[in-house]
Design a protein around this ligand. Structure first.
Ligand SMILES: Nc1ncnc2c1ncn2[C@@H]1O[C@H](COP(=O)(O)OP(=O)(O)OP(=O)(O)O)[C@@H](O)[C@H]1O
Ligand SMILES: [Mg+2]
Length: 451
């Protein structure tokens, strides 16, 4: 008996310790089972308490009356499937007549504490079928991407959503992206994740990092072209526009539309071309975009206008030529001058890290969703990397990218350095991999002159 008591105490203590220190392991060992049993046992009463039941239909009442049975109870949505996952439970419900997906969405907060889980979200799968995703713990606290996250060409698992699902950056579905956030909010780490995710793929990476290259130049071995100041950035962007025009010439030359060619085989973008002819897709990563749009002199103003024009052209025409933009900055609004809002309108994939004011959040989501604006402002300062991301359905979700250090990203880029393709139009901007220049030592740090 005492042994049994000791075993129970040890198991309970282990569960408590795991829950505190390693919530993910706790979920896999104890949490999933306990939560599944709890949901199944409490289901009917919780649904009733949350107002998600419908009264019995007339014919059931009539049948009960005819057979002299007690009146049937109200019925909750039918459970089609209950599936434990790595981070929570997924419940698929068939709604009763008269219910709609909005009823479930409105009750998610009540369901959350009634079932004793960390978070609940819902979405309609098809008419009358709703998926309720529950998370057992705060998955954004310590992000661990599932090893099984599916990677396809140009579709990179980049962050975890708060409902435990993987957030993908899919360049073919959403060609251009804008990432905003205050300083120290996690933009560069997000971009680093993207580079690390893209590194093993057949894709040319082009970087513009006007922070003197501190973020992207360490990853140079996997980059086909890099610029660390606005002058080089201008030449690089104009070369990219030239590359885009060449690709369009190639597509046109390959179209050869005749009566015999089936519709599906007419090439309209690089993905329709034969694999041996297809030019390599290019992802252009721009960090601290405001640096490209600021100017102090007349000459700098001319340079700025040419840079923004090139970016707008790439955003408007680049997709079919396989050129995708990934722009990061602290703010990206009309105060940066003409052309900026036009460029922003082309950047479909929006991500906002923590922002300090509503106007900055509006630059990402003002024209998409007012709720997302509010969510972006509410991100706390002590969780860098947490972001609000628009998804392909027009909705939004809170996400967080895994923390990848510069060292880890450098290692991944070096490992895949042999995959760096040569883009002839950008050859002049290929980073030289010579030893680093010696840093200039600030005067105050030099040895004092001896008298
Ligand atoms: N996803 C994350 N998980 C955990 N910590 C993170 C995450 N993203 C960023 N951080 C932390 O926040 C710090 C700042 O991140 P980062 O350099 O990406 O910010 P930033 O938005 O690019 O800032 P700046 O605008 O000054 O360049 C990082 O050094 C890192 O320690
Ligand atoms: Mg940064």
């Amino acid at each position: 008996m005492t042994w049994l008591m000791v075993a129970v105490v040890v198991v309970v203590a282990a569960a408590g310790l795991l829950r505190w220190r390693r919530p993910a392991w706790h979920w896999l060992t104890f949490g999933a089972l306990v939560a599944t049993v709890r949901v199944l046992v409490r289901y009917a009463s919780v649904m009733e308490a949350c107002g998600l039941t419908v009264p019995p239909s007339r014919w059931r009442l009539a049948l009960a009356r005819m057979t002299n049975r007690p009146a049937p109870e109200s019925r909750p949505p039918r459970i089609l499937r209950l599936r434990p996952t790595r981070t929570g439970l997924v419940l698929r419900l068939k709604l009763q007549p008269g219910q709609d997906a909005f009823d479930v969405a409105a009750a998610t907060d009540r369901l959350r504490h009634s079932f004793g889980v960390y978070g609940v979200t819902s979405r309609e799968l098809r008419s009358g079928v709703v998926e309720v995703r529950m998370t057992g713990y705060d998955v954004l606290q310590r992000v661990q991407m599932p090893a099984t996250a599916e990677t396809r060409p140009m579709r990179i698992p980049v962050a975890l959503r708060e409902d435990g699902a993987v957030h993908y950056r899919d360049y073919r579905a959403v060609p251009h992206g804008l990432t905003l956030g205050a300083t120290e909010s996690g933009k560069s780490v997000y971009q680093r994740n993207l580079v690390a995710g893209l590194a093993p793929h057949h894709v040319a990476l082009v970087g513009i990092d006007c922070k003197q290259g501190v973020e992207l130049f360490p990853l140079a071995r996997r980059f086909s072209a890099l610029a660390d100041n606005p002058d080089t950035a201008l030449d690089l962007l104009e070369a990219l526009v030239g590359h885009m025009e060449d690709v369009y010439q190639l597509i046109r030359a390959e179209q050869r539309i005749s009566v015999a060619v089936p519709d599906a085989e007419i090439a309209a973008d690089i993905w329709d071309l034969r694999e041996d002819l297809r030019p390599v897709p290019v992802v252009v990563l721009v960090d601290e975009v405001a640096e490209l749009a600021l100017f102090a002199t007349k000459d700098e103003e001319k340079r700025r206008d040419r840079i923004i024009t090139a970016l707008v052209r790439l955003a408007q025409l680049g997709r079919a030529a396989g050129i995708y933009l990934e722009i990061c900055g602290q703010r990206f609004g009309s105060e940066l001058g003409k052309g900026i809002t036009m460029l922003r309108a082309q950047l479909t994939g929006r991500t906002a890290h923590r922002v300090n004011d509503e106007t900055s959040a509006n630059m990402a989501f003002g024209d998409v969703s007012p709720d997302a604006v509010l969510a972006a402002i509410q991100i706390p300062t002590d969780t860098p990397g947490v972001a609000v991301t628009g998804d392909s359905t027009g909705g939004w979700a809170r996400t967080r990218a895994p923390h990848i250090t510069l060292r880890e990203a450098v290692n991944i880029c070096n490992k895949h350095a042999d995959r760096t393709p040569d883009v002839p139009a950008l050859a002049a901007f290929r980073p030289a991999l010579a030893p680093l220049p010696k840093a200039r030592v600030p005067l105050s740090k030099t040895a004092p002159a001896t008298a």
